[in-house]
Ligand binder design. Sequence first.
Ligand SMILES: *Cc1c(COP(=O)(O)O)cnc(C)c1O
Length: 230
Amino acid sequence: MGVADNLSRVRELVAEAERRSGREPGSVRLMAVSKFHPASAVIEAIRAGQTLFGENRVQEAEDKFEEVRRTYPEAELHMIGSLQRNKAGKAVAISSCIQSVDRLELLDAISAHAQKAGKKIDVLFEFHTGEESKSGYADTDSLFASIDALESMPLVACRGLMTMAPFTKDEAVVRASFARLASVRDQCARRWPALDFSTLSMGMSGDFSAAIEEGSTLVRIGTAIFGERQ
Ligand SMILES: *Cc1c(COP(=O)(O)O)cnc(C)c1O
């Protein structure tokens, strides 16, 4: 199966999960995670109508999307991998959203680079919801401290939260992780009514249907679109 066929199959499954859970048709955004796949695979996906891509590593993303954007300058890219502070400048330059903000010092660096570049950048806060996954804010106190800091960061726009469910076949555990993120999001939205917490980025190839049923608004799918990574 090629990328275009995989994409239409995934779109169908996303639509089915939306229907099953009484969600608005089209309310869940599909991100194609292209890490470890070449620019040619990204271009195949764009030709099949895909607009949003996700990458984990700044250097790989920069090389790949420089090539892709020669033909498709509108290709939209979010960074989704854990990010070192010294890569924040490049991440701001090449992407429209950094989904993996997991500590205040990284948020500070993103804001400083956004100011320097005069570029507005969206962020999601990555929250730790599973036993095994290590990335993300470990507790709401540290998350809330970062959200408070946004007040002095005019070019950083909060869009919501992101999580990775634990790597397990136990669906109850996976669902509990998604439900936890939705509940933390509701808490944030009540506490900061002026900020935008509309995006819940959760769900990957193995668990996106469950994620949509638990309220995901953005699913990040690699393997089911591009095949196994080399
Ligand atoms: C790799 C990755 C994905 C996609 O994973 P698949 O299982 O291939 O769909 C999603 N989110 C993050 C943060 C990733 O690193």
